[in-house]
Design a protein around this ligand. Structure first.
Ligand code: NAG
Ligand code: NAG
Ligand code: NAG
Ligand code: CU
Ligand code: ZN
Length: 262
């Protein structure tokens, strides 16, 4: 490391900015590359599984090196937060539900699973015929033509619906609202398949979850019109912490009122 720094100074002027994560990982990466070079030169026979394991480790290190956490969200740099401010589609007819609200994301870096909190309002309060409403991550964060310009479901692995990382399934409306947490979600806020900059779309209808028996079912679940959408962007911890506090105090109130009526 010292040697490289001296060379930077003498030949290339001041040392370029490098994030601490790169500093931490360079030695590990070099060691792994040397190790894998040694392994491939040695006459030791490796079975396919061992080879795959080495390949996986090397590729994992590269990913961590190249796709660094996009931004430090607040004081704890091991958590990434994101938000999506849901607005009715600009192409939506006036007689359709005007859905607004927030979708919040939290994920531990670099190995955590994404947690998502949905807080939406503006659905019809009459739930006599209530079916679920589908919510997905769509490919583009392009709202130039309302939610219609967000393209199809984000599908980095080329699989059929409902196996896309942003297929959140169906949400029941209660009193015109959706308020729901999901954890262990397979979408991610970092890495090569980060969903930052892509769109959340709230649909008018239920997701048939691939069981509709037609082509559309395996592409988008026949979830109908796009009511509302937003673009996922990085943020600090404040929104999530506030939502978690409100969530906890609602729960406490609910319990208290249940105790009173019991
Ligand atoms: C419920 O659905 C049935 C059949 O789709 C329809 O005939 C009825 O009018 C609906 N009721 C309400 C309150 O929307
Ligand atoms: C989380 O998801 C993975 C695969 O997506 C699954 O194997 C695991 O059992 C899940 N964990 C929990 C706690 O649901
Ligand atoms: C909200 O509360 C529920 C339980 O009542 C919990 O499962 C969920 O994780 C909470 N969500 C947040 C964002 O704290
Ligand atoms: Cu969708
Ligand atoms: Zn899908």
């Amino acid at each position: 490391m010292g040697h490289i720094s001296t060379r930077w100074k003498s030949e290339l002027g001041p040392e370029p900015c490098r994030s601490p994560a790169v500093h931490r990982m360079l030695p590990v990466l070099s060691a792994t590359i040397i190790l894998s070079a040694f392994v491939s030169c040695a006459t030791v026979e490796l079975n396919g599984e061992q080879m795959n394991d080495i390949q996986k480790k090397v590729s994992d290190l590269w990913h961590r090196l190249i796709y660094l956490k996009p931004v430090t969200s607040g004081s704890d740099d091991h958590i990434v937060y994101a938000t999506c401010q849901v607005q009715p589609s600009s192409t939506l007819e006036a007689n359709k539900p005007q859905v607004t609200g927030q979708v919040l994301f939290k994920q531990l870096y670099p190995d955590g699973k994404m947690e998502v909190f949905f807080d939406l309002q503006g659905f019809p309060a009459d739930t006599r015929n209530a079916t679920g409403r589908a919510i997905h991550i769509h490919n583009f964060g392009d709202l130039s033509n309302g939610c219609d310009s967000t393209s199809s479901h984000y599908n980095p692995h080329g699989v059929a619906h409902p196996l896309h990382p942003g297929d959140f399934g169906n949400f029941l409306v209660k009193d015109g609202k959706i308020r729901k947490s999901r954890s262990n979600v397979s979408a991610s806020l970092f890495g090569p398949h980060s969903v930052l900059g892509r769109a959340i779309v709230v649909h008018e209808q239920e997701d048939d979850l691939g069981k509709g028996g037609n082509k559309g079912s395996l592409e988008h679940g026949n979830a109908g019109k796009r009511l509302a959408c937003c673009v996922i962007g990085i943020c600090g911890p404040e929104l999530w912490n506030k939502a978690a506090m409100d969530n906890a105090s609602r729960k406490k109130k609910r319990r208290e009122s249940e105790c009173k009526t019991a």
